[in-house]
Design a protein around this ligand. Structure first.
Ligand code: IVH
Length: 667
């Protein structure tokens, strides 16, 4: 067998294993064997770039090429469904259909999956395009990301599928994946996703399909469109689609009368909690396509279908009191303390109240009986008050006027809903929050230190601000509770290493309001060092692309504060980097213009992300995989053997890290 034939055989075999694993739930090979076959295919494909196939199973692992999404017009607009919230409205729908059709009909009952909708186009049995709903008329082409979803077939099975058709469905993040992702994000101190729907749609829009591949999305298909479908029945067509390799929910049923529809609703209202993915209702569709055409559409939705939305789970409980939390930036968040109550399988004790406006709009009183809802969000919210149960002498809840932690007066800025504690220099949670932010992974990345240690050091009076970290001595730390010499040494080494963190991350770590990672990079590029930045005028700041008045004001306020000036001075004296490195932040050149560069291996001077940025800044393009178009490979240590071989076979030059830095050095 030639290598080309081997590639074809492996592709076919891996498509089949995917289908058995992700659709039929009955794999015939172990994960290890699967990985082995995949590895074999990737190696062979690397040797034969001329035999590229846009639907190869190897594309499931994604690529780290960045791309902006192209907007594509839908062949048929993606409409929404009319919503109903009561069984009476379902009965009205059924009656309307009966009168309009005036003949026998069947209703297909399905779960309403709560994810993000997708339209997939297949031609000659191959996935050619995947487009998001967008505004219903045009959406984003997310084909590369969708290709990483294992339950979406790249190549169809069986026969009888139309030459060209569209199939629509829902992309979902299973509960287990969602929970794992959020707990990882929590550890990395990244913002959490509120629910699996947001997580799925956020993931689908990521620029890097390799990250999408890691997120393990799933998809259910529920709507087939095209001029030549196999049968007149929607249900029957979906069963056909399942035979071609699509994941079609086996919860679908046909109902012959209203009672059967209601039975389906009642059954799944309870049973849906056992499903691996989020659902928020039931979709009812007239089954016959001929009858669907007869019923037609309104401007927004089909007359032949309707969604029945489940009531979000609610519980009635008592509001004991409202407490207030102070965050790193001084934002004061009210939290409802509740009489513990069982809701969707967990005990709820607290609910977020967000801000003063929410409290006022609910007209909350102490001792009120309140409705709490989970509705797919992780933090429950209060949705209403049963005023008939209000104790007669109860007081309305007014927002506090002083900080619960330090007693300073609170302020509310114009156009903002939040209250702030303005004592940013000595309010304990603000100090601790700022230190926690400073040491976090994306900022100074001080390993060995975490929120608990920061709290301990603060309580012991060892640190009051971030500069104190650099004055810590081994003997100060060693004597603390639960602190061995080894952990103490680790912490000090972590602190020492943070002196190498580049200036843009130091600037982000300072925690200046509105100065996130992107803004910090822009500032470093423009001002190069802390002194120039600290003395920059409002005009100079706002002249920078994407730096608006709000950010500029915040920077000016930060550097005009004497305590901040002193803090920056102490950090600098300790050896923390306060200026742009020679390469980073250099103004743009066109030295790499027209060059397509692949990064591979491990580097000594900069991270991969920094090299990507450097390539772009000097006019080059960073590509994810080696091809004939690759100009050269920027290679660190341990470059993968298959990449090395591929580079050799295509005669692509390999440039070392040092040579590369030389290449982009200014004269
Ligand atoms: S059918 C023309 N079936 O609900 C009707 N939609 O509000 C096409 N959805 O955008 C949609 N589960 O994202 C259909 N079993 C199901 C569904 C479903 C969830 C979503 C879909 C659509 C929205 C309609």
């Amino acid at each position: 067998m030639t290598e080309i034939e081997q590639i074809d055989r492996l592709r076919e075999e891996l498509h089949l294993h995917n289908y058995r694993y992700y659709i039929l739930n009955s794999p015939t090979v172990s994960d290890q064997e699967f990985d082995h076959l995949m590895c074999e295919l990737q190696e062979l494909e690397a040797r034969h770039p001329e035999h590229y196939d846009g639907n190869s199973p190897s594309l499931r692992v994604g690529s780290d090429i960045n791309k902006d999404f192209r907007q594509v017009e839908h062949h048929y607009p993606m409409l929404s469904l009319g919503n109903t919230y009561s069984e009476a409205e379902v009965a009205d729908f059924y009656e309307r259909i009966r009168k309009s059709l005036n003949e026998d009909f069947e209703i297909c009952c399905e779960m309403k999956f709560d994810g993000t909708s997708i339209s997939l186009i297949y031609e000659d049995g191959k996935l050619v395009q995947a487009v998001t709903r967008g505004d219903g008329v045009r959406g984003d082409d997310v084909t590369d990301n969708v290709k990483t979803i294992r339950s979406i077939p790249l190549v169809l099975h069986g026969e009888g599928y139309p030459t060209r058709f569209e199939i629509r469905g829902e992309i979902l993040m299973p509960w287990t994946v969602f929970e794992r992702l959020n707990s990882e994000r929590e550890q990395r101190e990244e913002p959490l996703f509120a629910n699996p729907r947001n997580a799925a749609s956020g993931t689908l829009k990521l620029q890097n399909s390799a990250v999408v591949a890691e997120r393990k999305l799933d998809a259910y298909l529920y709507y087939l469109l095209g001029p030549e479908l196999p049968t007149d029945g929607h249900y029957e067509n979906m069963q056909e689609a399942a035979r071609w390799g699509f994941k079609v929910s086996d919860t679908m049923r046909k109902a012959n009368n209203l009672q059967e529809v209601m039975d389906f609703i009642h059954y799944w209202d309870v049973e849906r909690k056992k499903l691996p993915v989020a659902t928020d209702g039931i979709v009812l569709k007239v089954n016959s396509l001929r009858q669907q055409r007869h019923l037609g559409y309104t401007a927004k939705s089909p007359r032949w279908a309707i969604a029945y939305k489940f009531q979000a789970e609610q519980a009635l409980t008592r509001l004991l009191k409202v407490t207030y939390q102070v965050g790193r930036t001084g934002i004061v968040t009210p939290v409802a303390n509740l009489q513990p109550v069982q809701l969707s399988g967990t005990v709820v004790r607290r609910a977020s109240l967000h801000n003063a406006d929410i409290i006022a709009s609910l007209d909350l009183h102490v001792g009120d009986s309140v409705y709490v809802e989970k509705g797919g969000e992780i933090i429950p919210k209060i949705t209403g008050v049963d005023t008939s149960l209000r104790p007669t002498d109860s007081e309305p809840i007014g927002f506090i006027s002083v900080c619960p932690e330090c007693g300073s007066p609170l302020v509310r800025y114009e156009d903002e809903a939040a209250h702030y504690c303005t004592n940013d220099t000595s309010c304990p949670p603000q100090i601790k929050g700022r230190i926690e932010h400073f040491i976090s992974r994306r900022a100074m990345n001080i390993e060995g230190l975490g929120p608990e240690t920061v709290d301990q050091f603060f309580q012991e009076g060892l640190i009051h601000d971030v500069a104190d970290l650099y004055a810590l001595k081994i003997e100060d730390i060693c004597q603390l509770d639960r602190m061995g010499e080894k952990s103490a040494t680790n912490i000090l080494q972590g602190i020492e290493r943070s002196k190498e963190v580049p200036f843009e991350r130091v600037l982000f770590a300072l925690g200046i309001r509105f100065v996130g990672e992107t803004v910090a990079k822009k500032l470093v590029k423009a001002f190069r060092n802390i002194d120039t930045l600290a003395s920059a005028s409002f005009e100079a700041l706002t002249a920078i692309d994407e730096i608006g008045e709000k950010i500029a004001q915040s920077i000016l306020a930060y550097f005009s504060n004497e305590q901040n000036q002193e803090l920056v001075g102490r950090l600098r004296t300790s050896g923390v980097c306060m200026e742009a490195s020679a390469e980073m932040g250099n103004s743009c050149t066109d030295r790499l213009s027209g060059q397509s560069i692949v990064i591979s291996g491990v580097f000594a001077h900069h991270s991969r992300d920094e090299y990507k940025a450097l390539i772009e800044r000097h006019g080059g393009k960073n590509a994810g995989s080696i091809s004939r178009k690759t100009s050269f490979i920027l290679a660190g240590d341990n470059m993968g053997p298959s990449k090395l071989e591929k580079a050799k076979s295509l005669c692509i030059p390999i440039v070392s890290e040092d040579d590369f830095l030389q290449m982009i050095q200014e004269d």
